[in-house]
Design a binder for this molecule. Structure first.
Ligand code: SF4
Ligand code: SF4
Length: 104
C-alpha cells in the first residue's frame, strides 16, 4: 500500500497519543522548557515522562501536546500514518498490560 492510500481512519483524533509514550530524545535546536526534560542514563536530554508513561507535556484531558509550537524535532518528524505510527496504534487494540504478580 502506498502512503497516499493510507486509511483515513489514521488520524491523531482516533488515537490516544500512542507516540507520546515513546522516548523523545532532544536535539541541539530544540528549545523545550528545561523543567519538562531530564537526563537519561547515558547523559542525553529527553522529554520527561510521568508514571502513567506519557510525556509530561501531554495534556491528559485533551491528549494534545501543550508545547505544540515548541515540540521537539523528533515529534515534528514523526509521520502520522507512517510505519512507526501504525505500529504504535496497534497497541490500541491490545488489552491493557496486566500487573506483574508475585508468587502466591
Ligand atoms: S501514533 Fe500516529 S495517530 Fe497516534 S498520535 Fe501519534 S502520529 Fe497521531
Ligand atoms: S512533546 Fe508533545 S508531541 Fe512530543 S511526545 Fe511530548 S506531548 Fe507528544
Amino acid at each position: 500500500m502506498s502512503p497516499s492510500s493510507a486509511s483515513p481512519l489514521v488520524t491523531c483524533a482516533t488515537c490516544r497519543a500512542c507516540c507520546c509514550q515513546l522516548e523523545v530524545i532532544l536535539m541541539g535546536d530544540d528549545s523545550v522548557p528545561r523543567h519538562l526534560t531530564h537526563e537519561d542514563e547515558w547523559g542525553g536530554e529527553v522529554m520527561r515522562r510521568l508514571d502513567d508513561g506519557w510525556c509530561v507535556a501531554l495534556d491528559r484531558d485533551t491528549m494534545l501536546c501543550t508545547i505544540y509550537e515548541r515540540r521537539p524535532d523528533v515529534c515534528r518528524e514523526y509521520e502520522m500514518g507512517g510505519l512507526a505510527c501504525i505500529e504504535e496504534r496497534a497497541h490500541l487494540d491490545r488489552p491493557p498490560a496486566q500487573p506483574l504478580r508475585g508468587p502466591l
